[in-house]
Design a protein around this ligand. Structure first.
Ligand code: FMN
Length: 142
């Protein structure tokens, strides 16, 4: 009961930033780069964490956190196991959305599009850079 009351009373005034057509970059990738540079500069925790939402073939949506591992005009990169639930979802429906939320900056970035596989070479290259424990974890899990 008290918890419900506390939740109802949670309130925050958002007044740090404005998004204006005069100052926003025309190219959204460029805008993302500016914002992401800022996130890195401030050394925020989990700076590259993003929520990835996918849809199953029965149109059931699922969201989870993954880590951004690169971006550019071709898109946003992350790595996962193709046999995971998200991997299976994306095989059936390549539409997905990404969401970044940087609370201290009072900022979210919403991205929608199609997911494509990276090349085998790029996946392998990334895998080889990972610490041994992470590589073992990737082998052991989907
Ligand atoms: C901070 C954080 C970062 C994560 N990064 C990744 C990632 O880069 N790739 C990944 O496959 N899972 C990552 N995970 C785990 C996923 O959130 C998820 O639990 C897992 O991939 C299984 O998801 P699925 O069953 O929907 O496929 C991360 C979780 C957290 C909390």
């Amino acid at each position: 009961m008290r918890l419900r009351k506390s939740i109802n009373n949670l309130r925050r005034e958002y007044k740090l930033n404005k998004l204006s057509e005069e100052t926003v970059q025309k190219n959204p990738f460029k805008q993302f780069e500016l914002w992401f540079r800022n996130v890195i500069k401030l050394d925020l925790p989990e700076q590259n964490a993003m929520v990835l939402a996918t849809i199953s073939k029965n149109t059931k949506p699922t969201a989870r956190v993954v880590l951004l591992k690169g971006f550019g005009k071709l898109g946003f990169k992350f790595f996962t196991n193709y046999n995971s639930n998200k991997g299976k979802n994306l095989k059936e429906n390549s539409s997905a959305s990404l969401l970044f939320y940087w609370g201290v900056l009072e900022r979210q970035v919403r991205i929608e599009g199609k997911i494509k596989k990276l090349s085998k070479t790029e996946s392998k290259k990334y895998f080889d850079t990972r610490p041994i424990a992470s590589r073992l974890a990737a082998w052991a899990s989907e």
